[in-house]
Structures are given as structure tokens and as C-alpha cells.
Design a protein around this ligand. Structure first.
Ligand code: ADE
Ligand code: ZN
Length: 326
């Protein structure tokens, strides 16, 4: 089977984390920024572990300084995703990396991203989920949430949180998630990538999200898994990211199939593909090789993702047609 040509729906990606290293190197050269330390000799991103990955990620982001940079980034990312059969992608976008939380600046950056997305829409549909960055703290999350609710609409379709999971507690962010929910925004949050079942449960209790970024550590608590199934919480699982960052110990098989077997609504995504040397094609190939997944499984994964997408029903219907005719 050629996994590359299969159509794909992806819910969990970080826009800057999708930036090809050559693209970031090019921007750095244009602007005379020295970030040579974040690359290996072969040009790939260099990081030791998750905390170092976040530092390298933020260093790469220092080259993205204008709306035009984000136009070019969005174009480059969508061309790459489309080449791997992705027909619908949701991506995390962060006011903190786009004008530092200033609403006027955010609107300009957003317009640039949306223009690039609109130009590609016949091939791939992109939507944005505004994220605050957990390790920047609960106060810094407020301008990000303000930007989110003020621009919620046809392109910005949800709110979430990324960043270092072990910084603070989920309930520190109750205020901003309440604000987004009261504005009618669908919600997702990284949880259970590094934190244990307690962090996942607190995320569900305090932040009342419909989807979990990763959520894999919920598997250590049978009652919590039962709750996830009963409440129809969707898991945005990124197997190769988990393996590369060692969120799953090297001697263990990824629990993707175990989570799915438990009855949870499991989806597959890349997270930050060039960092983890992955693509949606590679994720499908990994699932096929590890668990024997075939076309029926991939169609079911796409359907679960499309059902859980935060887009409006007209977009969902359009993508459903694209999946049918692909
Ligand atoms: N930001 C980019 N990738 C991330 C990940 N895997 N977890 C948390 N924050 C992130
Ligand atoms: Zn992520």
C-alpha cells in the first residue's frame, strides 16, 4: 500500500513546529541571526530531551518576526502536508510568537496565515487553534486568550494550551479556559504526555476540554480510561513524537492500539514533524508496520478525526466528500 497517497485528517500540529529546518536557516541568514547551535551538522534540528526541544523550538521561532514570515511559513507547511495526502489540518498558533500577545499585531499575523491557507484551500484546508504556552505562566496566558476570543471565527476555531506540561498545574489556567469556553470556543489541551493520570484528570475537571493533546499516560489508570471513553474525550496521539522524545520508554511498544482497543476516540498526528523526522505518511506506515493497520483502520482514524475536528459543519461536509472521492 502506498501510504503517501491515502487521504489524511490531522488534528495536532504546531505551526512553528512544522517549519522545515532549511526554511528557518534561510530566515536566520536573511536577518543575520545566529542560531547555528540548534542544528546538527546534517542540517536537522538538534535537541537532547523535551525541555531542550522547547528551547530549540523557541530559538527557531526568533527568526519568525513578521506577518510575511508567517505567510511564507504557512505556505511551506501546507505544501509539505499536502504532499503527504493531508486534506484537513488543524494547527496550533500562538500569539506569544506573533507579536507577543498584542491584539493588533495578532490580527496582522493571522491575516497573513489565513491568506496562505486560502490560497491552498483547493488542495488542503487549514484551521487554527490558538494556544497559550504553559511554561510562560498563567498571567501570560491572558493576552493569548484575549487574542483567541477576539479572533474566533472562520479560521480560528478553537483554544488550547501547549508547552512544558510539568510547569504548574492545569487548574492554574482555569480562568483562560473559562474565558474561551464562555466565548463558545471548542477546547483542547496537552495533558498526559509527561504528566500522570492526575494531570489528565485535573485537565478534564478544571479546563473541561473535549480533546487531549497526547493523553497517553491516562493508560496507567483504568478508571480514568473509562471516564475518557464514557465522556467521548478525543485523544490527539502523536506516536513518533512520543517515541523520539521518549515520552514512551524505548523498551516499550507505543500504546496507540491499546488506547484504541479500550474504546477511546483515538486520532493520529505528527506534532512537530521535521523535529521528529516524521510525516503523516510515516505515521500511517508506523501504524501499519507495528499493529498491522490497513485501509479500513486508516479510514476509521480519518473519520474519528473529522468527527472531532473543531471546524463548522459545512467544512466537515466538504472534507467528508474529499475523503469519499479520494
Ligand atoms: N510544543 C510543541 N510541541 C510540543 C509538545 N509535544 N508538547 C508540548 N508543547 C509542545
Ligand atoms: Zn503538541
Amino acid at each position: 500500500m502506498t501510504y503517501q497517497s491515502l487521504p489524511k485528517v490531522e488534528l495536532h500540529s504546531h505551526l512553528e513546529g512544522c517549519a522545515p529546518p532549511a526554511f528557518i536557516r534561510g530566515l536566520a541568514a536573511e536577518k543575520n541571526i545566529d542560531i547555528s547551535g540548534i542544528f546538527n551538522a546534517d542540517g536537522t534540528y538538534a535537541f537532547r530531551d523535551f525541555d531542550h526541544f522547547l528551547k530549540v523550538y523557541e530559538a527557531a521561532c526568533t527568526t519568525l518576526q513578521t506577518p510575511q514570515d508567517f505567510y511564507r511559513l504557512t505556505k511551506a507547511v501546507l505544501e509539505e502536508s499536502a504532499a503527504h495526502g493531508v486534506v484537513y489540518q488543524e494547527t496550533f498558533i500562538s500569539p506569544d510568537f506573533c507579536g507577543g500577545g498584542d491584539l493588533g499585531a495578532w490580527r496582522d499575523y493571522l491575516a497573513a496565515m489565513k491568506q496562505a491557507a486560502d490560497e491552498m484551500d483547493d488542495t488542503i484546508t487549514l484551521r487554527g487553534i490558538v494556544t497559550c504556552i504553559r511554561h510562560f505562566g498563567a498571567d501570560e496566558a491572558k493576552p493569548a486568550a484575549h487574542c483567541a476570543v477576539e479572533t474566533f471565527g472562520d479560521f480560528v476555531i478553537g483554544f488550547g494550551m501547549a508547552g512544558g506540561e510539568m510547569a504548574g498545574r492545569p487548574s492554574d489556567f482555569t480562568y483562560v479556559f473559562d474565558q474561551a469556553r464562555e466565548a463558545g470556543m471548542p477546547l483542547t489541551c496537552h495533558a498526559g504526555e509527561w504528566g500522570g493520570p492526575d494531570m489528565v484528570a485535573e485537565t478534564l475537571d478544571a479546563l473541561k476540554v473535549a480533546r487531549l493533546g497526547h493523553g497517553i499516560n491516562a493508560r496507567h489508570d483504568a478508571d480514568l480510561m473509562k471516564r475518557i471513553v464514557e465522556e467521548e474525550i478525543v485523544m490527539e496521539v502523536c506516536p513518533i513524537s512520543n517515541i523520539v522524545l521518549k515520552a514512551i520508554p524505548p523498551d516499550q511498544r507505543h500504546p496507540f492500539d491499546q488506547l484504541r482497543d479500550s474504546g477511546a476516540r483515538v486520532t493520529v498526528s505528527t506534532d512537530d514533524p521535521p523535529f521528529f523526522h516524521t510525516t503523516m505518511t510515516a505515521e500511517f506506515a508506523y501504524l501499519a508496520e507495528t499493529f498491522g493497520y490497513g485501509e479500513e483502520d486508516f479510514a476509521a482514524l480519518n473519520q474519528t478525526a473529522l468527527d472531532a475536528a473543531f471546524c463548522d459543519d459545512a467544512t466537515r461536509a466538504k472534507i467528508a466528500k474529499r475523503l469519499e472521492t479520494a
